[in-house]
Design a protein around this ligand. Sequence first.
Ligand code: MOS
Length: 723
Amino acid sequence: MTDTRRVDAYEKVTGKAAYGTDRVPEGVAYATLAVARIGRGRVSHVDTTAAEAVPGVLLAVTRFDADELRGAGFIMGGGFSFQSLQPLLDDHIAYRGQPIALVVAETLVAATEAAELVTAEYDTEAFAVHLDAEGATTLVQEEAIPLPFLADIKVGDADAAVDASPVRIDSTYEYAAQHAVPMELNGAVVEWRGDTLVVHEGTQNAAALRHGLAEQLGIDAADIEVRSPYVGGGFGQKNSLQPHLGPLALVARRLGRPVKLVLARTQTFHNGSFRPATRHRVRLGADASGKILAAVHEVDQQTSRHDLFPAMHTEITSRLYGFPAFRGRHRLVQTDVQTPGYMRAPFESSAAFAFESAVDELAYATGRDPVALRLANDTMTDPVTGRPFSTRFLAECLRRGAEEFGWADRNPEPRSMRADDGSLIGWGVAAGTYPGSIVPAVAHLTAGADGRVTVGVDGHEMGQGIRSAVALLVSRDLGIPVRDVEVRVGDTRFAAQHLTAGSWGTASALPAVHSGLRELRKHLNAAGTGDVDVAAAVERAGRPVEAEAGALGPGQPPEALDQAKSGHLAISGPVFPEFSTFSWVAHFVEVRVEPTTCRIRVPRVVSVVDCGRVASPVTAASQVRGGVVWGIGGALREESLADDRFGGFLNATLEEYPIMVNADVHRIDVGFVDEPDLLFNPVGVKGLGEVAMVGVAAAVANAVHHATGKRHHRLPIRLDDVL
Ligand code: MOS
């Protein structure tokens, strides 16, 4: 079967794909948020008089009662929400941009105008919005957060080993706070159909919405349906219950009408999670040949005052090379912002920027080629556990990437390569890795008399192509055309739909579908592996044939499935009893630095990935390109500027928060090792979505160093940093 297309491409490009808030139910009313304009304090009075006088305004709510609305808890603390703070419950203002009123009107225009007329009086308090702000509180993560979040990593006496090494690197790197700006804004349409609450929302975690809302509103989860067939970019920001959803359900019930809320873009900068700012100190000790003897990676990461968002940066840096000794340590810095959270390769992109920049420094300090140095430090053993990696083809990624890029022609001397127009050319390389995780998943397959197979499975389609991966697996297994497979994801009517994130979507859904196919074949009397005449088999059975099967991570207890079904996190990996699983990547980047303006261009990138078996070639390559584009953006464009004067983030618009645009994107060649990891799961797929981005920023920065001779310790690299 050579059909490798994206199965939902047609729906997407023709606009037929309906995203959460695309729905406009009969009688829908429109909600908007009015937000706090102070950095921290108390709101003593909210005046909605002028707002309520706007024609068409139905309702303005400043406070819900504690017995009608409860907080849903922080997702990383056993709850369902991106943060523990539930707005509109008390007078406490934890950060600029926190909602102080929910306004509902007949039209969006009226609701928007009314929200702007809401005024408030505040008692202000001092606030701290960045790592170095006065009043920011530093906590050692291991002491602040009860396990199982990542504790300090200690292998041998890394500090002593670094100190005793003949070659030492000691560098500090900073990665800016960043905000995901998905095309689909956070928002929801909620409607009560009798006692049933139907939620249409682009989310990566329909189960958390369902069970979180049930807890918040004191209703039965069985009376809540969440529908999220497509997500217009999740990136981690849509991984949990959003704090506006409970209030929205309540006003819809009060009004007896469906209500729709879509956050304004600028509001998403304070009402959604973001990638926290980090500072990394990396120390490397090596012998004269560049063989790494020890590494120490210490991270300070911003969090909010009300939640401790755990940092997990050293989970990947400790696995990059065969370290005889390693120490990793995280500290959390409490600041007055909404709780930060996951944003594509949330820790790994900044961690790899810091660590792989330091490794590049080591290559220069020892006179080794940066690719050769990485190959010399490769390992097949997890340095932290001492057990093998299930698969690790990093060396092949590096060799193939170098070959395809033409790395052998690189003159290692900085400022030595120039283009015809006088631009400095820089070539940089970096490696990346991302943990392999699996969550429990259930697949329900139905074969119909028309020969079509419908698959309801745990997973959400947020652009990564999970529908295509599932459809291709079913098509190949049964020998039926892809068009005869219908895949239903993101909808609590078809599966529990717990969190799709952490690059585990495909590696979790496909094993369940794989098992489901074994069952279905039995019921169709078509055991084995040959093609199946589905229509004929169903006709013999005299009715549609159904099969259901679940899958767990390696060694994961069956109770994990119940945990997942109740909307709670149930993750296994990357460390399993017998092995560790990670995906691997090598990025090769060319930059050109224009001599007068110092404008940096990235004309070409070669990325080679080990993500196990490639489940869907078209969507996989596309996913890698997207990750590379975002990585370049991290290196050269994106930064959320903390606002010392008024709190929160200053550049909370797309005009002032530059992201990569088409004109910034040039040639990106993607290669795959495509070797199945059959220890990880029977389909052999590992994660891809996030590893694609890991190391890109480092490769860009290393290329800029090669072009200009200047090492950049802080991202993004701007013109004035290069001049
Ligand atoms: Mo991803 S940042 O784990 O949704």
